[in-house]
Design a protein around this ligand. Sequence first.
Ligand SMILES: Nc1ncnc2c1ncn2[C@@H]1O[C@H](COP(=O)(O)OP(=O)(O)O)[C@@H](O)[C@H]1O
Ligand SMILES: [Mg+2]
Length: 282
Amino acid sequence: MAAPWDEWPAAPAIRLKEIEMLKVEHASVYFAASDGRRVHALDRVSLDIPDKGFVVALGASGCGKSTLLNAIGGFLPLSDGTITLDGRPVTRPGADRGVVFQKDTLLPWKNVLDNVALGLKFAGIGRAERRERAEALLHLVGLADFASAFPYELSGGMRQRVGIARALAPDPDILLMDEPFGALDSLTREQMQELLVSIWHRTGKSIFFITHSIEEALFLGTQVIVMSPRPGRIVARFDLDFVKTFAKDRNAGAVKSSLEFAALREEIRGILHTSEDLRSAA
Ligand SMILES: Nc1ncnc2c1ncn2[C@@H]1O[C@H](COP(=O)(O)OP(=O)(O)O)[C@@H](O)[C@H]1O
Ligand SMILES: [Mg+2]
């Protein structure tokens, strides 16, 4: 089967920006639960997302991954600590950060092209340029033939591809992705991972990606941070090369079946189980 990028036309003209660094320093979040208790969701998390980095946060459900991503997105204030992008404090959502969630948030009454172009309209970009940019992005995600389709006509994987194109439309510095492939069947999920690697490669964006799949984290991340159960803290960090190997020879099977990949998978499985056991014992 031809990989999606084999069928793509020449790379669309996407302007590349350099970011220095998105920096999270000692970030903590407490929530007030509805029963009045204080929920400690995130505990002194520090991480750097460098220019063109692909940083993956991995952890069990409820460990604070979405809380961290929402704070980086500017949707949620930190209780303590700081988040800066190129040295500027992050205090609210902005066009410099594009977000993709697990559940697509496409407008059902707008077609694919208009959904992708939506953010550009709000940014005051003229109709012709909106259309041109949205078309280039649909090429990038392999949906050039679906510009006039409506969301209900698309599969789950295709809807997530529209979501990625829409998040890229305002030319953000960084893509924030919260379990974007979590609801997809395993084959589609693998295809989407490979597509995302090629998008990362071609656009030069930084990516912050959340998952609870060890394999997905290892395959995608240039850096994987492993989080403990609540309160979420970072218990391990790995710098990885698997995604670069894949980007070069595009043989996902060879990467995932390598001894090094299997050894790391087991090591991380052990870390996740140990931190889960420690929590139960506490
Ligand atoms: N708005 C909120 N109010 C109270 N508790 C919350 C709120 N959002 C999340 N939590 C709690 O914070 C913890 C971390 O949640 P979350 O970041 O969604 O975890 P994850 O994305 O890793 O599954 C969970 O225990 C969750 O119940
Ligand atoms: Mg979550």
